[in-house]
Ligand binder design. Structure first.
Ligand code: DGL
Length: 269
């Protein structure tokens, strides 16, 4: 039986979308949250420095929380550093990768889109997923790093800026409405390939010019945690939260997801 909490890690507040899915699947389990908000956004950082940083922060968070499972609730971190993390840790590490497989299974038109950070859309890991699961689909990739800031602002209590959402989504709205090309069918399914983006889904659905399928990784991660963790029980550490930078502005938002005000994570110098 697992005694330690499930530790959820992201660059920022995106992992809260995964925390919501996990809490829904396992209402009696214990969860801790850690984020590297001092280095946010990850999507614009160079790969080599970022990989080292992710390992350093995750190891510090594991020391602080003593979890039974680590969930890397970040596509940008997982597509870069999952194997490296597994080499450093003895507990199971569950990653987050863009939900290309379920999106391809769902699409009727065989045109799907990947909405993610600049880093995730161009990673070899992502290309391998597309080759494996969506080789018969047109896959439109859109880097939407601006939406990371909008999700951060929302959790801090500010409604997203509709003009910025529209600007980020415009290539997808066009692809969804374009029925004129004989080679490219209209887009019908969007993969939210950054964990920040499901936090904005109510606005994105509202702004979409046509009905679309929206796919994220939350439920698949929750199922995977159940497989690797066995029985999940409440732990005394439930609700603890660690950040690498100031996070007072997130206190109310964290509380909505069952987390206490953040403590500063001690990092090795
Ligand atoms: N939430 C992270 C993801 O899933 C990325 C945000 C960032 O760029 O830091 O990719």
């Amino acid at each position: 039986m697992s005694q330690g909490p499930v530790l959820i890690f992201d660059s920022g507040v995106g992992g809260l979308s995964v925390a919501a899915a996990l809490r829904q699947h396992y209402p009696h389990a214990g969860f801790c949250y850690a984020c590297d908000n001092a280095w946010l956004p990850y999507g614009l950082r160079d790969d080599a420095t970022l990989a080292e940083r992710i390992v350093a922060v995750c190891l510090a968070a594991v020391t602080a929380c003593q979890p039974s499972v680590l969930v890397v609730a970040c596509n940008t971190a997982s597509t870069l550093a999952l194997e490296k993390l597994r080499r450093h840790l003895t507990i199971p590490v569950v990653g987050t990768v863009p939900a290309i497989k379920p999106a391809a299974a769902l699409s009727q038109t065989r045109h799907i889109a990947l909405l993610a950070t600049r880093a995730t859309v161009r990673r070899p890991y992502t290309q391998a997923l597309i080759d494996r699961f969506a080789s018969d689909c047109v896959v439109t990739r859109v880097a939407a790093d601006a939406l990371v800031n909008e999700a951060e602002a929302w959790v801090a209590g500010h409604p997203p800026d509709e003009a910025r959402l529209q600007a980020a989504m415009m290539p997808l709205w066009q692809a969804a409405q374009d029925t004129t090309s004989p080679d490219t069918p209209a887009l019908d399914t969007i993969v939210l390939g950054c964990t920040h983006f499901p936090l904005l889904k109510p606005w994105l659905v509202e702004l979409a010019p046509v009905p679309l399928n929206w796919v994220d990784s939350g439920d698949a991660i929750a199922r995977r945690v159940g497989e690797v963790a066995g029985a999940l029980i409440k732990s005394a550490a439930d609700g603890r939260c660690f950040t690498t930078g100031p996070a007072e502005h997130l206190t109310n938002g964290l509380a909505r997801y069952g987390f206490q005000p953040a403590q500063l994570l001690p990092l090795p110098s």
